[in-house]
Write a protein that binds this ligand. Structure first.
Ligand SMILES: [Zn+2]
Length: 339
């Protein structure tokens, strides 16, 4: 492999890897898919045909400033003959790029991980473990495990506070009855809260209930105090929720859904929650189309996946960005998965 030869020659020149070589490597190498359009399946096959090649990218993503010993944080690291292994000069600890990460205890080749990541990030409405199993030719348990690990990494992404104009709404997933209705009809439904900044990011949450205290928590954690306008429907819990979250009532605009009003012009400002509702409809199509049956236990992880993909839908480095989250995610967050 040409890339491998490049990488080795950098390492051969000096026993110790200069910190900048990795940074330069990431910025200059267009063949890592960091410039131009998005990554396709043929691209992944061409660029990452071997585990060594995958490992090389993961090394760069995990330590953009240069390889660092996971044990003592020393950056004087030598490359062992056995490809993919490093040894710390200070404490002599030997490790690989995937040591102590979510890739570590997996017997699955990295090339399959890479394909799975691509399939998951490119499927707008999501992909079931069953589909992944068929497409990649692996056992169901492995596919399921893979899906959940990728989702968990997505859930750990940094989330800036929303400002400008923000729309907030809630929807119900599962069960047979539609609409809000009396509580007795909602027993078997799960509540999803959606918050979306116009022209900005989306947040989805699996909520325990739609009481003002619960809504206030999501407002506090996701909507900036500098927000200009918050639009909701006329659901009565919102005014209390905003008050509890310290948001001025004057910023709150309501579209009167009970009176079948969906869009209202107010001095040139569009009072509507259509922006967040369009995200809800994508979510529901995903659930119907690819998940079939969602267990309440895993709904939050699925919402995080939808949210991650939605917020990055215009980015051409979605694939690389997802891998970056995976290689830098705390593996401890994955322990509870099978519990
Ligand atoms: Zn060390």
């Amino acid at each position: 492999m040409e890339g491998d030869a490049d990488a080795r020659s950098i390492w051969r020149k000096s026993r110790f890897i200069p910190a900048t070589s990795f940074l330069v490597g990431i910025r200059c190498k267009g063949d890592f898919g960091l410039r131009g359009g998005g990554m396709t399946l043929p691209d992944v096959n061409r660029l990452f045909p071997t585990d060594a090649r995958c490992r090389e990218l993961l090394t760069r993503l995990r330590w953009p400033e240069g390889v660092m010993c996971p044990r003592c944080k020393d950056t004087r690291v030598s490359v062992l003959k056995d490809y993919g292994r490093f040894e710390c000069v200070a404490c002599e600890y030997q490790f690989t790029a995937t040591a102590g990460t979510i890739f570590h205890d997996s017997h699955l080749p990295l090339t399959k991980w890479f394909l799975a990541v691509l399939l998951l990030v490119e499927a707008k409405k999501g992909m079931s473990a069953k589909q992944l199993q068929r497409t990649l030719g692996m056992g169901y348990k492995t596919a399921w495990y893979l899906c959940h690990r990728i989702r968990k990494a997505m859930a750990g992404a940094h989330k800036p506070m929303l400002d400008g104009t923000v729309e907030m709404d809630e929807t119900y997933i599962g069960g047979k009855n539609r609409g809000r209705g009396p509580e007795s009809r909602l027993d078997n439904k799960e509540i999803v809260i959606g918050i979306r900044q116009r022209g900005g990011e989306l947040r989805f949450f699996h909520a325990e209930d739609a009481k003002s205290g619960t809504l206030a928590k999501y407002v506090k954690e996701n909507i900036s105090q500098d927000v200009e306008v918050i639009v909701t429907d006329d659901f009565q819990a919102y005014p209390f929720a905003f008050k509890r979250a310290g948001q001025a009532q004057s910023k709150h605009k309501k579209v009167n859904h009970s009176a079948k009003e969906y869009v209202r012009d107010e001095d040139g400002f569009c009072v509507t929650t259509n922006t967040v509702e369009s995200a809800f409809s994508l979510l529901k199509r995903g659930i119907i189309g690819s998940w079939h049956k969602i267990s309440a236990k895993h709904l939050q992880a699925y919402l995080a996946e939808m949210e991650f993909r939605f917020n990055r839908r215009k980015r051409s480095d979605l694939f690389i960005d997802t891998l970056r989250h995976m290689i830098t995610a705390d593996p401890l967050t994955f322990e509870k998965l099978t519990a």
